[in-house]
Design a protein around this ligand. Structure first.
Ligand SMILES: Cc1cc2nc3c(=O)[nH]c(=O)nc-3n(C[C@H](O)[C@H](O)[C@H](O)COP(=O)(O)O)c2cc1C
Length: 268
């Protein structure tokens, strides 16, 4: 089967998943005008942006949080419905571990009417990475993006060699199945240092869950904050501060224990 159009869906608070999904789509050779971007990162996405046709190749991607795909990404994907489209699954992690993220995506994909044909794990700069404690700094880099484009080309070749999606051998992916319980991420939140804040609103715009609001200065609703760190990375003045000492300690530990460069893996 030949692919003429791609619908890509990603949740990507700090933009690494977004870069990889875009590079994979580019590698397929599909006309860029026929590559449709559906960004699930921000509140309100489902009312306005969803666009998929029955014969599209669908690419879905999300970041790994505690060995699974971020729950917000899964919840947003679960609101979609497809008509048996072939799908590429993309998990992006911060050079620590992929965990069961690709199994998570596969099960979600099947439950919303997609047929997984390939999967990939790529590496992005860790959300907790800081100047002092960089973790996978600058990833995905050019080499990662080149690998993503190569993978896109392989996906297009695989689909071209298939007469139909019926009787396709099951995709083998790393991880545990059935999926174990999700690990609980200790609740925390990111706050504003009022002395440094210039009230530009970048933090509010970057927040995927609507946790940041403006009431005489930018504040955070702790229960909505997923500590994705998008606001920290978006703030031009370093005014968004991680509250949790646990997370700060973890960042230092990961800086030490995840220093060796991991490479992308593809499953096709
Ligand atoms: C709450 C949280 C948990 C995370 N857990 C993991 C993990 O288990 N393994 C890992 O390698 N990276 C982990 N990361 C790092 C992200 O997977 C990584 O930074 C990814 O590139 C973020 O994708 P995005 O840029 O598309 O948002 C975690 C990040 C956050 C915010």
């Amino acid at each position: 089967m030949k692919i003429n159009r791609i619908s890509q869906f990603f949740f990507s608070p700090t933009h690494s998943t977004e870069k990889i999904v875009i590079a994979i789509a580019a590698g397929t050779g599909v006309d860029p005008l026929n590559i449709i971007e559906n960004n699930l990162t921000y509140p309100g996405y489902d009312e306005t942006l969803i666009d998929a046709q029955p014969n599209d190749l669908v690419i879905i991607g999300g970041p790994v949080y505690a060995g699974r795909i971020a729950i917000t990404a899964i919840e947003r994907l679960q609101k979609l419905k497809f008509a048996g489209n072939p799908a590429v699954l993309v998990a992006v992690y911060g050079n620590r571990n992929l965990g069961d993220a690709l199994i998570d995506l596969r099960e979600t994909a099947i439950s919303i009417g997609l047929r997984p044909v390939a999967g990939a794990a790529f590496i992005g700069e860790h959300s907790y990475s800081t100047k002092k404690f960089p973790i996978a700094k600058g990833r995905p880099d050019n080499l990662d993006k080149e690998k993503a484009r190569d993978f896109g080309e392989q996906v297009a070749q695989k689909l071209q060699s298939l007469q139909s999606l019926e009787n396709m051998p099951e995709l083998t992916l790393p991880g545990t199945f059935p999926l174990p319980e999700r690990r609980v991420i200790p609740p925390s939140y990111v706050d504003t240092d009022a002395a440094r804040c210039i009230k530009c609103g970048a933090c509010q715009l970057a927040c995927p869950t609507g946790a940041v609001y403006n009431k005489g200065g930018y504040k955070t609703t702790p229960e909505l904050c997923t500590i994705c760190c998008a606001c920290i990375k978006a703030c031009p003045k370093g005014a968004r501060i991680m509250v949790s000492e646990h997370v700060k300690g973890l960042a230092e530990k990961l800086f030490q224990s995840c220093a060796d460069r991991k490479e992308p893996e593809t499953f096709i």
